[in-house]
Design a binder for this molecule. Structure first.
Ligand code: SAH
Ligand code: SF4
Length: 389
């Protein structure tokens, strides 16, 4: 039996955002809807929530007034609280969302000519601690529910005014699962959310327009391909295990060779796998690294995305020079792989890759640093060892 989702709205009521048709039927059973009518009512609810984007039951005018009232007494379709909304000079938009328990995540919309991608988060913080990633420094971590993941899509559609869903000229055309968190460590949450996102009766974004990025949770990669079949991106970042163990700690568990075997076995590979490679000056950006990358990718339909390192306060790396990045790209391209250099978007609002960390976390980190330095200033210097005797 599918479960109804935990409360999500500030009113503490269980949210129906994230429920599939079976979940909606359960909700209807709870409000006493006769069994024979539930499948049809569930279809109507599904349409209102995911195709029309209704944010209240009141708007669902094909349901009787009584049904709407009973639903509103027990459930919610409210969005999470939008704590901050920012817009970059390049048009990138970022939302800081707060959920029912006070936890927050960010999501980012990146417009591009006649299309645009929403970068969604899957966890509060991240289970992993990649050295170059700001999200990885957040101490608080929990998985987002399917509804919390989906609500990021609904918030973006609300802001862009793109309801009802299936429209040809929409700006929000793609999803990249590249926000906060390691999606394959929240497999059930992201799988349920992406199944709903790609449902043609609802949000209706095709699986070909969805790309999931993983740092390399090997046992889940092929499973994802079989069950969801979306585009796949791998955060590679290093071509030797010793270095990758340091930069991307999940590599200590699943090595590069295992990761690439999973890529070779990935189903639905009509679309090349994207390998993401963050350019860190003097760390992973030599010609020898580029040549080794080409050797590793042998036999995999691949594209290499070179990501200029986006700095954040306290990061221990710098970005490779433009010349170095282009020299690296030339070696990869000469081997027949596309190797675009990603143009950072939304840097001025800390929305670029790896910069996501919620404002409350940034404020907390600043406070803790200030408290630590004032404590150090007010604590008397330790007495010399001789004086202790
Ligand atoms: N956790 C997933 C998805 C989110 S990160 C993953 O790691 O794949 C999205 C991409 O941004 C990843 O390739 C990640 O390695 C990269 N990234 C992280 N920090 C970065 C930074 N400071 N500069 C540039 N890219 C970064
Ligand atoms: Fe997590 Fe991805 Fe950041 Fe690594 S790069 S800490 S897996 S969000």
């Amino acid at each position: 039996m599918p479960e109804l989702r935990k409360p999500l709205a500030a009113d503490g009521l269980p949210s129906l955002i994230g429920a599939d048709r079976a979940g909606l039927e359960l909700a209807l059973a709870e409000i006493g809807e006769p069994e024979a009518k539930r499948p049809m009512r569930a279809r109507q609810l599904f349409h209102w929530i995911y195709c029309r984007g209704a944010a209240s039951f009141e708007q669902m005018t094909t349901l009787s007034k009584e049904t709407r009232t009973r639903l509103a007494e027990r459930f919610s379709v409210a969005r999470p609280e939008i704590v901050v909304e920012q817009q970059s000079t390049d048009g990138t938009r970022k939302w800081l969302l707060r959920f029912f328990d006070g936890q927050e995540v960010e999501c980012v919309f990146i417009p591009q000519d006649d299309r645009g991608a929403l970068c969604v988060s899957t966890q509060v913080g991240c289970t992993l601690t990649c050295k170059f990633c700001h999200t990885g420094t957040m101490p608080l971590v929990r998985n987002l529910t399917p509804g919390e993941i989906l609500s990021q899509l609904l918030v973006a559609r609300d802001a862009l005014g793109e309801w009802p869903s299936p429209r040809d000229d929409r700006l929000f055309t793609n999803i990249v699962v590249m926000g906060m968190g390691e999606p394959l460590f929240n497999y059930d949450g992201i799988a349920a959310a992406m199944k709903l996102a790609s449902d043609g009766d609802g949000i209706g974004l095709s699986k070909h327009k969805i790309t999931l990025s993983t740092s390399g949770v090997v046992p889940r990669i092929v499973q994802w391909g079989e069950e969801l079949g979306t585009g796949l991106a791998i955060s590679l970042h290093a071509v030797r295990d010793e270095l990758r163990d340091e930069l991307v700690p999940v590599n200590r568990k699943w090595k590069i060779a295992q990761l690439l075997d999973a890529c070779r076995a990935y189903p639905h590979r009509n679309k090349p796998i994207t390998f993401e490679y963050v350019m860190l000056a003097g760390v992973n950006d030599s010609d020898a690294d580029a040549r080794e990358l080409v050797r590793l990718l042998e036999g995999i339909p691949a594209k290499v995305n070179l990501i200029p390192f986006n700095a954040w306060p306290g990061a221990e790396f710098t970005c490779s020079s433009n010349n170095r990045i282009h020299a690296f790209a030339r070696i990869v391209e000469a081997a027949g792989y596309q190797s675009p250099v990603r143009v950072p978007r939304g840097r001025d609002i800390l929305a670029a890759c790896g910069q996501l960390k919620t404002a409350s976390e940034r404020i907390r980190a600043r406070r803790e640093a200030a408290a630590a330095s004032s404590a150090a200033a007010s604590t008397p210097a330790p007495a010399p060892a001789a004086a202790l005797h």
